[in-house]
Design a binder for this molecule. Structure first.
Ligand code: ATP
Ligand code: MG
Length: 741
């Protein structure tokens, strides 16, 4: 160990090493070199990574500016930075901690000229990208029915993730799918370059190219970052891996943690093989295994181990815990998705009543579309909730509208923003006028802003259009002048008010209008908080391009991976994918049904099915104390009603780990015996099933909670809006409600 430089003859590193088990300590204190920690969920990988940084800085005397740490989401990056700073007892601003995309973006901002970008290039989010792809395809006269833009965007991103430019796509002898998409890619690439926009995948590809082209720059960063640390290594894709490899060069050390069983982004180009390649491509890679799980109960862990044991392709590992068995995993078979949602909200309410908080609870699902009914159930019980991912906060239409104005105020030539703002709220500038502006822009090779000005000057717009376009240009200039010296949140507020957006959304009636107004207000809050929670404060002295706070904010909004949040404790709702790396005392996994989870698309491909199973493993291992698995016999999703079999993953969890529950409390009957559920023939005399939705002439709609007795004496307990009631079945005249959605 290195002695401290300040003259003390001993260096106290207790805080770095305490609370670590032996293999964890081995990973933290390994001599500088390449190291791979492959370990199961909850075994302390992320914790060890944070302590490794602490060790490097305090025991090895590495300067924080020599450390670069990458993880998967902004949320994880912010948390990692906070944990490192807590460990080191002070800010570590010179350290680079971020997502691959965030770090690549930072590099491009600093070296925009060398990266052949303009100094104010904008980031395209997924929706902007899709719109641009559509426009390219229209330009190429491709039939939208035959050639969906989404597919083309997917193709383009997949090429970029593999590190291929349009010119690198092999088209010789390839089918029309590849040749057509290669053409779209080429035209799209050109349009992006002209417009000065960069999509997500481009960030990495371009910063990788930057290094390959500019040996001096690469050399600078290789000298600076001698220590590269990577969390969630199993989900790196090819370009991310190449990027790391180039940066590490001959002298850099890569210290990575990952879990092959949690690789869930294969569909987006992640390569589990990177774990194997790492050993091949880097010198003398040490390996550490962590096997003790500190997160979950023995039962939850046993279920997860058994489930993942069904996958053939694994490195294999043995996770154990000494934290006790805990209670059984509870399985609820809902009559339909509404009933499932009610159940989740009900149990959450009980958890809170028993002394827990809403923030302890996570509801995980396979598809974002599942969230709406669950949200409504939470609303009904007044339980605060927050949705991560899905329609990200910054993707909501009203928020995007406001951001477009803010962008235009900062950069008039931002065409994507221009197109969005020009007629939102409606101000009499129709599609024809916008087409005309676009045509002028193309012909004169100028921005749409400039084209609009030219159009007016040359009298190219018909009738009122000229006046309206002129008024719009003046509006933006006026806002810009008014906010010239304002702070970020004042700019946001001014844009929202003076653009007419607030008034426009105020006129929308009901819940929707209200939610939109709240989101606009929330945007102002986000601006106010910005800077305080920045993952990347613009602090490092070598930043040669200082970007305005407004531009920085807009970039962050585009890069946000759906984890912007503010406010008090709330239940967290998210897809299983976004739950990676997180942990919660109480977890619900909703929609455990064949066709939904595993996803229908994966059924025919064994590789995809294994990825779905890894996703189930990720979900189960998020739970610390209590896990619920729920499924619905019928579900309305994407507009149609389907009947579903319980997920095969339920059967892969050992029967001894689970217990079936009903609305009221646990019953001992294992859920498998309810096999009749999908056949539709009920087991009890009543011919009503637990969880079934019924209607009563007086009490209205309710859910059957339980039934007792036989024949004429059958009694059922039904949960109506006004509370639970016992009814004699023979007299109650309950009607089943087959479809309430
Ligand atoms: P995942 O695979 O889900 O990303 P992980 O391997 O990164 O999980 P962590 O999140 O680092 O695991 O740790 C899981 C939990 O166990 C955390 O709450 C962490 O603080 C705790 N933990 C890890 N190691 C120890 C330890 N040695 N002693 C006590 N608690 C620990
Ligand atoms: Mg982790």
């Amino acid at each position: 160990m290195r002695l401290s430089s300040n003259g003390e003859d001993s260096l106290d590193i207790t805080h770095i090493l305490e609370g670590l088990n032996d293999p964890q300590r081995e990973a933290v204190t390994a001599p500088p070199g390449n190291l791979l920690v492959v370990a199961g969920a909850g075994s302390g990988k992320t914790r060890v990574l944070v302590h490794r940084i602490g060790w490097l800085v305090e025991a090895e005397g590495v300067s924080p500016s020599g450390v670069l740490a990458v993880t998967f989401t902004n949320k994880a990056a912010a948390e990692m930075r906070a944990r490192v700073e807590a460990l080191l007892g002070g800010p570590a601003r010179a350290m680079w901690v971020g997502t691959f995309h965030g770090i690549a973006h930072r590099l491009l901002r600093m070296h925009w000229r060398d990266a052949q970008l303009s100094d104010n290039f904008q980031i395209l989010d997924a929706e902007d990208q899709l719109r641009l792809v559509k426009r390219v395809m229209r330009g190429l006269d491709l039939d939208e029915q035959k050639w969906p833009a989404r597919q083309a965007a997917w193709f383009i991103n997949a090429q970029k993730d593999e590190g291929r430019r349009a010119k690198d796509v092999q088209t010789a002898g390839k089918d029309i799918f590849v040749t057509t998409h290669a053409k779209v890619y080429a035209a799209y690439e050109e349009l992006c370059q002209q417009a000065g926009v960069v999509d997500f995948a481009e960030l990495l590809l371009r910063s990788h190219e930057l290094w390959l082209r500019r040996a001096d720059l690469l050399d600078h960063y290789q000298r600076r970052f001698k220590h590269l640390l990577v969390d969630e290594f199993q989900d790196t894709n090819r370009i991310q891996y190449a990027w790391l490899r180039v940066l590490a060069g001959a002298g850099g050390k890569v210290w990575a943690v990952g879990d092959d069983d949690q690789s869930i982004y294969g569909w987006r180009g992640a390569k589990i093989e990177n774990i194997h390649h790492f050993r091949r491509d880097f010198a003398a890679v040490g390996t550490v295994r962590l096997e003790q799980n500190y997160r979950s109960t023995g039962t939850i862990l046993r279920a997860a181990n058994a489930l993942i044991g069904n996958n053939a392709e694994r490195l294999g590992k043995n996770l154990w815990t000494d934290s006790g068995e805990g209670g059984p995993i509870l399985v609820y078979s809902a009559y339909n998705d509404l009933d499932e949602a009610r159940f989740v909200a009900d149990r959450t309410q009980t958890w809170i009543r028993d002394g827990g908080t809403a923030a302890d609870v996570a509801v995980l699902y396979r598809s974002n579309a599942q969230s709406r009914v669950i949200e409504e159930a939470f609303l009904r019980l007044d339980i605060p909730y927050r949705i991560y991912g899905g329609l990200r906060f910054f993707e909501r239409a009203e928020v995007r509208n406001a951001l477009a104005y803010m962008r235009l105020v900062s950069q008039r030539h931002a065409d994507v923003a221009f197109e969005r703002a020009v007629n939102t709220p409606p101000r009499g500038i129709g599609g024809k006028t916008v087409d005309a502006i676009r045509a002028i822009a193309r012909a004169s090779q100028v921005s749409m802003w400039q084209a609009a000005k030219e159009g007016i000057a040359q009298g190219l717009f018909k009738g009122r259009a000229a006046t309206n376009v002129g008024a719009f240009l003046k509006l933006i200039d006026d806002i810009a002048a008014a906010v010239a010296n304002s702070s970020l949140h004042e700019i946001a507020e001014h844009c929202i008010d003076h653009s007419g957006l607030m008034e426009y959304h105020t006129r929308e009636r009901g819940e929707r209008g209200m939610a939109r107004r709240e989101n606009l207000e929330e945007l102002v809050t986000a601006c106010r908080q910005f800077g305080r929670e920045l993952v990347f404060p613009l602090d490092a002295p070598d930043d040669d391009a200082l970007v305005s706070e407004l531009d920085e904010f807009l970039d962050q909004a585009a890069l946000d991976s759906g984890d912007y949040q503010s406010g008090g404790p709330a239940v967290q709702m998210m897809t299983l994918h976004s739950a990676k790396g997180l942990e919660f005392p109480l977890v619900f996994i909703a929609g455990m049904e064949e066709g939904l989870f595993p996803n229908r698309m994966s059924e025919r491909e064994p590789g995809r099915l294994e990825e779905e199973r890894r996703l189930a493993y990720v979900g189960i291992t998020r739970a610390m104390r209590q896990l619920y698995l729920t499924y619905a016999e019928t579900r309305r999703l994407h507009g149609s009603q389907t009947r579903n079999w319980p997920s095969r993953f339920l059967d892969e969890v050992p029967a001894a780990c689970v217990e079936e529950v009903r609305m009221g409390g646990a019953v001992s009957r294992p859920f498998r015996n309810v096999g009749a559920v999908n056949g539709g023939d009920a087991e009890d005399d009543s011919s009503l099933r637990i969880g079934q939705l019924v209607r009563h002439a007086k009490f209205g709609e309710g859910v059957v909670l339980q039934s007792e007795g036989h024949g004429d004496r059958t009694r059922v307990q039904v949960h109506f809006g006004g509370g639970p009631k016992w009814l004699m079945l023979a007299y109650a005249d309950l009607r089943t409600v087959e479809d309430t959605a």
